[in-house]
Design a protein. Sequence first.
Length: 205
Amino acid sequence: MTTFDDLSVTFDSLLTFFDGVSPRSADEIVVAATGTIWVALVGTTPPTDPTTTPPAGWVDLGFTTEDGATFRDAREIDDTRSWQSFYATRKLIVSKEASTTFSLQQWNEDTVPLAFGGGEVVNPTLGVWRYVPPEPDDIDERALMIDWQDGTKNYRLLFPRGLVTGAVEINLRRTDEAELPVTFVSTPNTGDAPFVLLTDDDAFG
């Protein structure tokens, strides 16, 4: 039995002594070793688990840069200040935003319109394709999904509704690939979740 005068006692062993379980587990560290980004029209039936191949209507966007994807869930809070206190006396949540950013490496009829927020690819003559960007007031809402794997663990992050925002800046040079940067912001309907995370990771059980 572990005793308090045992100089070799560690913090984890004390937690195990009192609670029976240590909260520290390297198995619960998540590394997104590889992944896939999918896009679909809003309302397309999404998968209900983290491993099933998405049904018809979901398009694999192909290679992304090795940075993968960045997920951000932010909220803006305003402070109410009072004469009688050095500290905020009330905090008000004024806005929230869930978003993801990534850079696509493949250029095709799916990736280019997504990156530019809409538009159309047409085939006016044999062997020639023309991309026409969207009108300034066009809103191109999509559903987006990011899958990633860490060994036997699978994760799936689903945005049921959102759109691409921000500027598109592409470097065209001979020493590097031309990437399509994407910033996708969730625009959920009232009462709907901005995103859903699905996983088969036992740590959630």
